[in-house]
Design a protein around this ligand. Structure first.
Ligand code: HEC
Length: 118
């Protein structure tokens, strides 16, 4: 039997790695698309179609909406913090609480926001 000789091991390892990389990648793409839908329905008016804080309603808001494409935004925040501020809102600012989002919606939404991280 030559099929499982030592020579073919690197090939098998490479195949396993490829499958391992491709599958989570596919799952993540689906989550991002779902997250984008939630974003467009709930956040876009203020945070902008490109998530850069320049939505149609942004000009009249003080403080201005957060820019998710900015390095300084992400420098001081992690996933858990972003998730909790979406749920609770930011008192004293136009950033309202979004308590109606399901855990899955919130998960997908935050994945979408993180995909804007530069
Ligand atoms: C009515 C306008 C408005 C809507 C709608 C809105 N936001 Fe905001 N959001 C703001 C403003 C204004 C700020 C800036 C608050 C600040 O700088 O203190 C903000 C800040 C944030 C922050 C950063 C908070 C911090 O300082 O850590 C996150 C994260 C965020 N919004 C996510 C969202 C998400 C996700 C949605 C949709 C589910 C959403 N926002 C909908 C106005 C809005």
């Amino acid at each position: 039997m030559r099929r499982f000789s030592a020579d073919s091991r690197p090939l098998l390892v490479a195949l396993a790695l490829l499958v391992g990389v491709a599958l989570p990648g596919a799952a993540r793409a689906a989550d991002l698309a779902a997250g984008q839908k939630v974003y467009m329905a709930n956040c876009m008016a203020c945070h902008g179609i490109s998530a850069d804080g320049k939505g149609p309603a942004a000009a009249s808001l003080q403080p201005p909406p957060a820019d998710f494409t900015s390095p300084s935004f992400w420098a001081s925040r992690d996933t858990a913090k972003v998730k909790s501020v979406i749920k609770t809102g930011k008192p004293g600012t136009p950033m309202m609480p979004f308590t109606q989002l399901s855990d899955q919606d919130l998960e997908n939404l935050v994945a979408f926001l993180e995909s804007k991280k530069p």
